[in-house]
Write a protein that binds this ligand. Sequence first.
Ligand SMILES: [Zn+2]
Ligand SMILES: [Zn+2]
Length: 198
Amino acid sequence: MIKWKELVYQLVVEFCNVRGKRTFTLQEFYSAHEDDFKQFKPDNHHLLPKVRQQLQLLRDDGLIQFLDGRGTYTLKGIELLKGEVEDEKVQEISIQTPEKREYLIETYARNRGWVKEAKEKLGLYCLYPTCQNTFKKPNNEPYIEVHHIISLYEGGEDAIWNLIVICAHHHKMAHFADSFTRQRLKTILTREVESRIA
Ligand SMILES: [Zn+2]
Ligand SMILES: [Zn+2]
């Protein structure tokens, strides 16, 4: 007999896979799976609080993260969502260190929800101040990469306040430079994003 917590975790993973994002609100998750919850416990008339409670238990287990003040949950860990990278690349990526894997996930991901959201809201040019690095792709769009300021494996979210659009050079710097440079870049990028989504 499956338990509440297992059911909620399974549905969270499914929900994130369908949307291509790890970050969600209680309300949107609950609305999408209300029928599943009703089917699971037809006699329970307090399903929303029950689901919220299970999400808290999953947080205590370290499986999801909840940031107070934003009202959002994030599925943690570095397990790949379906389609987070193109299938043929998954094998290669799974043998990498978490740091390298994070970079590869970001550079291979083209059509995930968070990539689209970042490009729509932050544009197609590197947000590192005064950076001019770009080139046109065959479809005439500027080439740009999307980066998580706090990486997914550190529990960062794929929500707009944690995303930045960045050129390939600065993106590599953000992942592979010495720790002083990386920290400095993180501070600069955080400020740039905050000024744009305020
Ligand atoms: Zn990155
Ligand atoms: Zn740049």
